[in-house]
Design a protein around this ligand. Sequence first.
Ligand code: CIZ
Ligand code: SF4
Length: 354
Amino acid sequence: SPSDPDLVERARAAKARLGDKVFVLGHHYQRDEVIQFADVTGDSFKLARDAAARPEAEYIVFCGVHFMAESADILTSDDQKVVLPDLAAGCSMADMATAEQVAECWDVLTEAGIAEQVVPVSYMNSSADIKAFTGKHGGTICTSSNARRALDWAFEQGEKVLFLPDQHLGRNTAVRDMGMSLDDCVVYNPHKPNGGLTAEQLRAAKMILWRGHCSVHGRFSLDSVDDVRARIPGVNVLVHPECKHEVVAAADYVGSTEYIIKTLEAAPAGSKWAIGTELNLVRRLANRFAPEGKEIVFLDRTVCFCSTMNRIDLPHLVWALESLADGNLVNRIEVDKETEAFAKLALERMLALP
Ligand code: CIZ
Ligand code: SF4
């Protein structure tokens, strides 16, 4: 739907009043009405780096979700203030691993006598607390673009990996990209005593997958793939690795958001694509590439937007920008110093990956 012209004007005016003092980041999954005001767009990791490359911006307005604003705060200087226009914009996946649960898991691994062999690898989509846990225990962060390299590195440091919080990215990377078997993986359920696993199972496993998932990508099913192939002959199925293993196994192409965009840019005219990722992005890509004769559809019409991403709407953005222009620092996301130091250690290990 087109955005309210009054709000568009107010956002423009507030941004103009702030000038170089504000830098607006827009995640790929944001609404069109918000994306139009983004100085840069990208995935969570690119955006955190873009923020760090703008030290003159006193305010970083992060149009995305909470863990992304935390990562931007960790990677920017102490004078820069990161603002999340709606504090209720969380991430259901990141919320599936809390500091207490992860500490308890480490105790379980210690009891089973394997903690010393385990290297934690945490997906970018995790809270600052989980990143700090990872840094403290010798592990690294990964994105969906470098998960394979992160796992290769981790298996040079130890015999086992604890992968947090997205079981699907962990399993898909291990099995699809690295040739491990499904039996090499076990799932640790934080809601069950000992994660629902015996010490025996933990000792036998190479990949200990945290039982988390994305509530958007996790909804694509094998049926979605079969249906779209029946509906659109010759369609190429392209999905994000946060999708379930059976969906990834049935797809033609698998990769991160940036990979999806690049693949569609390079696709020939007349090609047909069904995309399994967030709907705001898929719609934008469909509109962008339609004039070039590329047909792009959403993989499953019953899956919807990321509801927390969509919490950032134009009214919230206007409110945040006008507040900042009036000198009121609202909705600041600030990670405490100790957490930041350990989380940064884990992020730096990722940056140093070969
Ligand atoms: O699923 C998400 O939220 C992704 C892929 C985020 C990101 O940009 O890393
Ligand atoms: Fe979290 Fe999934 Fe939404 Fe991304 S799309 S913010 S992983 S719930």
